[in-house]
Design a protein around this ligand. Structure first.
Ligand code: PEP
Ligand code: MN
Length: 341
């Protein structure tokens, strides 16, 4: 339930309403808006009887929220949310491009990639220091050394960085240094980890699980937000289907569907969705046309030597062409590229 306050409601009236909500056994959650404050009611499984609240002064309207995801749903907050990652705003109308290698491998690889992608218009750097690999014998990431290289690349390029956390230990090592924490597809329903990142104040990039529905993704985001962290960017990265056209199937329809259901910004990752470098640009263009707020791509100076995801990584030359194509589609959709000033 959402209690909408009058636009001239006083703090005292808001407090009085919150007190009644608590007395009813629920948790009030104030949502300040541009015009007026609304108070979300959390903790109910079934529809709440709104009678005790209707007559309180300052209350203008009561809306019953029909979806199980409350805080991340549009019913609670109609305006689009904007998530700030350092100087970069995701969801504020301009297209944000995140680029970098799948895994952090070496200083030379990170510095050369960061310098190149920022020049082409990327505004956030990516790179995995802790890697969730299907095989235990595959490269598992450089760990702490990888985080140091990401921090050095941030100094060199001016781009904030996003990197994946897999468990409590990697979160502890990462939270102080990273600008944004990534929850990978394989961890989308690791509820303990979702709660832990929800207790930090870092922006979170939440990837859709390979077999997760849109509702599952939104419920995972709800876990993070109900712990107090509102800085969430959702990510469509392809799901498993019977199509053998690509590594995963990019769920294009999920883009307008998620934008309709949630106020959170949405990023699309065409690299993991397609699994092949020559399908990355077409998939990214489709995602931008369908309304994605941001795109994340894997770029490597020598994809043939990459320790992970080489086949889907763009070379520098391909990334340059990719940016031209994506910018043209964004322009046609009335969106400019977000560039660091
Ligand atoms: C990644 O972004 O490096 C990654 C492992 O992606 P996903 O969790 O989507 O597979
Ligand atoms: Mn990867």
């Amino acid at each position: 339930m959402l209690i909408v306050m009058r636009n001239d409601a006083t703090d005292k009236q808001i407090e009085a309403v919150s007190k009644v909500v608590k007395e009813m056994g629920f948790t009030p959650y104030a949502i300040p808006g541009g015009q007026r404050t609304a108070i979300g009611v959390l903790g109910n499984e079934k529809q709440v009887d709104s009678a005790p609240l209707e007559r309180l002064s300052g209350v203008v309207n009561i809306i019953h929220v029909s979806q199980p995801y409350k805080l991340v749903g549009r019913e609670m907050r109609q305006e689009d949310s904007v998530v700030e990652v350092g100087p970069v705003k995701i969801g504020a109308g301009r297209l944000v491009v995140i680029a970098g290698p799948c895994s952090v491998e070496s200083r030379e690889q990170m510095m050369s990639t960061a310098k190149f992608v920022v020049k082409q218009g990327a505004s956030i750097l990516r790179g995995g220091a802790f890697k969730p690999r299907t095989s235990p014998y595959s490269f598992q990431g450089l760990g702490k050394e990888g985080l140091d290289l990401l921090a050095e690349a941030r100094e060199v390029s001016g781009m904030p960085f996003v990197t994946e956390v897999m468990d409590e230990s990697s979160l502890e090592q990462t939270v102080e240094v990273a600008d944004m924490l990534q929850i990978g597809a394989r961890n989308m329903q690791n509820f303990a980890l979702l709660k832990q990142v929800g207790q930090t104040d870092k922006p979170v990039l939440l990837k859709r699980g390979m077999s997760a529905t849109v509702k599952d993704l939104l419920m995972a985001a709800e876990y993070i937000m109900s712990e107090g962290n509102e800085k969430i960017v959702l990510c469509e990265r392809g799901i498993r289907t019977f199509s053998d056209a690509s590594r995963s199937t990019l769920d294009i329809c999920a883009i307008p569907s998620i934008k309709e259901k949630s106020h959170l910004p949405l990023l699309v990752d065409p690299s993991h969705a397609t699994g092949e470098w020559n399908k990355v640009a077409p998939a990214a263009c489709a995602a931008v046309a369908a309304g994605a707020d941001a795109i994340m791509v894997e770029v490597h100076p020598h994809p043939e030597k990459a320790k992970s995801d080489g086949p889907q990584s763009l070379t520098f030359e391909h990334f340059e062409q990719f940016m031209q194509q994506v910018k043209a589609i964004a322009a046609a959709a009335g969106k400019e590229l977000f560039e660091l000033g």
